[in-house]
Design a protein around this ligand. Sequence first.
Ligand SMILES: NC(=O)c1ccc[n+]([C@@H]2O[C@H](COP(=O)([O-])OP(=O)(O)OC[C@H]3O[C@@H](n4cnc5c(N)ncnc54)[C@H](OP(=O)(O)O)[C@@H]3O)[C@@H](O)[C@H]2O)c1
Length: 131
Amino acid sequence: MKIEGSVAVVTGGNRGFGRHLVTRLVERGAKVYAAARRPEAVDVPGAVPLRLDITDPASVREAAAVATDATLLINNAGIFTSTSLIDGDVGDIRREMETHYFGTLDVTRAFAPIIEANGGGAILNVLSVLS
Ligand SMILES: NC(=O)c1ccc[n+]([C@@H]2O[C@H](COP(=O)([O-])OP(=O)(O)OC[C@H]3O[C@@H](n4cnc5c(N)ncnc54)[C@H](OP(=O)(O)O)[C@@H]3O)[C@@H](O)[C@H]2O)c1
């Protein structure tokens, strides 16, 4: 898709790979919502900080109510606990599923209708070895 003129939402946009994506998208002429649990941590010039915890349904609804012009969603936010699926802590495994599976699904469900209403666009999922 054409990046220039698109409106991107990048989850986990405050650091790591997400911050890199935010930087590159801004450089290429997109409006970019850098979504983060702590929006004050967003430091990329030109990016629009957006409060979003992908595991909190109310936070997801609030973010979707703000970024109503989105045409590109990048589901990047993630965690990695190194927990073994066989004998690791089930709480850690649940947290990973709440983040990578249900959190990503909730954000996708919130933004898919917005992207569609804006004429279509794209949803990109950054996967983990967890998948
Ligand atoms: N690093 C690798 O080798 C690697 C390899 C393959 C895939 N990946 C995947 O690539 C993505 C980015 O990885 P990374 O290395 O850049 O990770 P990172 O540096 O640990 O950054 C993770 C980002 O996700 C955010 N995040 C975590 N839980 C969140 C939640 N519930 N709601 C909103 N944001 C949340 C973090 O926010 P906070 O700052 O608030 O914690 C942070 O911005 C992840 O999905 C990861 O699984 C990474």
